[in-house]
Design a protein. Sequence first.
Length: 43
Amino acid sequence: MKAKFKTVCSECNAQIRSGEEIAKSPSGKWVHKYCTSTSDDLP
Ligand SMILES: [Zn+2]
C-alpha cells in the first residue's frame, strides 16, 4: 500500500514519505515495501 503519512522505516531507518510503497512488518511497524523480506513478488 502507499504511505499516507511520513514515518520511519524500522528496517533501514530511512524516512518513509507519503506516497511511497510501504508494508507492515510482522512486528506491526511500517517498513518500505522493498525492505520486507517476503518473496511475494518473486516467482
Ligand atoms: Zn526501509
